[in-house]
Design a protein around this ligand. Structure first.
Ligand code: NAD
Length: 471
């Protein structure tokens, strides 16, 4: 059993003022695997002070120096592949498939920022004026549990590229994973104080980050509810915010699609990261005329989905991160039944033989109406809603009839037709014919899925303030 009892401040593992202890529980079997001592406001202020002091020199580094740091970070992370993957499986319950991909994302975050820096103009002309893109200041990074280290790597890589220093508050449920990434960054020989971490609760450490006047910007990934609180709190000191929030992404299957190809993709896609993915395509929009065929394929596919031990190579869906999250997903499955959606496969309760962990049955509702709560609210578990539509126009209207706008998916055998539909969808990212990722393209949400963008040049600009110098 591991005990995490230090913060990481000014390049050192530091004693905490906070005393509260949080237990770390393996979601696959409910065994205690460790504990973390939570930091408090005093610890957070120390971390902010270190970041503030470091900013005075780090903000003046040149691009070449930042690239050296980014490549050292990449090397240091790559060296701990096994630890990073195994700890994520143990503490979070992510499947081996997902955690392996998550590790690749961590490593590539540094390469992507190096690539971005190679083409980025920090000094520009606008009219007759010189515009300097200057680092915004100390950035508070607040992350969720569902891909914790990928978010930390991506956000910190962007901060380094911009010349910003950071204070990170990861999810308290990710302390073992965070410890390894801190060790990696420590081994990378960073300038002291540019990277600081305080484990703690959102209401304590998170709240201090939101209110601390020495923090200039917050980069947050998490729920829309928390994002709204952060945005409200940030306005008092006029902090810049990037908010990557929830989603309820539509997946439109146009009537010329090969159902035997796209429906299996759609089902496995909805279950990505055990359904705990903000970009998961959880609303499957299919032509009414094909609903029976779709149901038959989807049901057969869901029955092949392997729910179970996340460590096994073949597992597609692991446990929910916590009992609270398990209960939340159960309550939505129950709600779907009460709302009158047709349960095609799965349902409430744990799959047989998996009673000791937070396992949910791979579940599909069909003939769902888009005004049902299971179609409107983010469930964050392996629950897919199939929604029939009668025309392409209606499909677009249903896709856009949501308060979210993070991602969307369109399939058609006619790419031009799919592109035309994609251009009408209100979402920050629309994938045509399959699940795609471009780490240099802007990522972020329309509507209540967030504010601002991450990745590539668009993401880097969010950590910079344009300064116009008129001579
Ligand atoms: P959450 O909003 O509950 O918590 C996220 C982080 O915010 C945690 O570190 C938490 O401790 C902290 N926090 C909580 N209250 C706070 C407060 N008052 N002030 C400051 N910080 C506070 O989210 P979660 O349950 O950890 O993660 C799941 C959510 O994250 C889902 O809604 C999902 O869609 C979203 N998410 C979004 C993206 C994206 O890129 N858009 C990616 C992954 C997850």
């Amino acid at each position: 059993m591991k005990s995490i009892n230090k913060a990481y401040i000014n390049g050192e593992f530091t004693e905490l003022n906070g005393k509260e202890v949080f237990e770390l529980i393996n979601p696959s079997n409910h065994q205690k695997i460790g504990e973390v001592v939570l930091g408090d406001e005093i610890d957070t202020r120390k971390a902010v002070e270190a970041a503030k002091n470091a900013f005075t020199t780090f903000s003046k580094t040149n691009i070449e120096e930042r690239i050296v740091i980014l490549s050292n970070l990449k090397k240091a992370v790559a060296e701990r592949e096994e630890d990073l993957i195994e700890t994520m499986i143990l503490e979070y319950g992510g499947t081996r498939q997902f955690c392996t991909m998550g590790f690749q994302n961590m490593v590539s975050a540094f390469d992507n920022m190096i690539e971005t820096l190679n083409h980025f103009e920090f000094s520009r002309k606008a009219g007759n004026t010189l515009v300097q893109m200057t680092p915004v200041g100390v950035v508070g990074i607040i992350t969720p549990w569902n891909s914790s280290n990928s978010f930390i790597c991506n956000k910190f890589a962007t901060a380094v590229a911009a010349g910003c220093t950071v204070v990170v508050k990861p999810s308290e449920m990710s302390a073992l994973q965070t410890q390894i990434i801190i060790e990696c960054f420590h081994n990378a020989g960073l300038p002291k104080g540019i990277f600081n971490v305080v484990n703690g609760l959102g209401s304590v450490v998170g709240n201090e980050i939101v209110n601390n006047p020495d923090i200039a910007k917050i980069s947050f990934t998490g729920s829309t509810q928390t994002g709204k609180m952060i945005a409200k709190g940030a306005v008092d000191s006029m902090k810049r915010v990037t908010l990557e929030l929830g989603g309820k992404s539509p997946n439109i299957i146009l009537d010329d699609s090969d159902l035997n190809e796209v429906i299996p993709q759609a089902v496995f896609g909805a279950y990505m990261n055990s359904g705990q993915a903000c970009i998961a395509p959880t609303r499957l929009l299919v032509p009414q005329s094909k609903i029976e065929e779709v149901n038959a394929i989807a049901k057969a596919v869901a029955q092949q989905v392997v729910v179970g031990n996340p460590s096994n190579e073949a597992t597609n869906v692991g446990p929910m991160v916590s009992e609270k999250q398990y209960e939340r997903v159960q309550s939505y499955i129950q709600l779907g039944v009460e709302e009158g959606a047709e349960l095609l496969v799965g349902g409430v309760g744990k799959p047989e033989g998996l009673e000791n962990g937070n396992f949910v049955k791979a579940t599909i509702f069909t003939n769902v109406r888009n005004d049902m709560r299971i179609a409107q609210e983010e469930i964050f578990g392996p629950v897919l809603s199939i929604i029939p539509y009668n025309s392409e126009e209606e499909a677009v209207a249903i896709a856009n009839d949501t308060s979210y706008g993070l991602a969307a998916y369109v399939s058609s055998s006619d790419e031009k037709r799919a592109l035309n539909v994609a251009s009408q969808i209100e979402a920050g990212r629309v994938c045509v014919n399959g699940f795609k990722h471009d780490p240099l393209a802007p990522f972020g949400g329309f509507k209540q899925s967030g504010i601002g963008r991450e990745f590539g040049a668009y993401g880097l600009e969010e950590y910079l303030e344009p300064k116009s110098i008129l001579v």
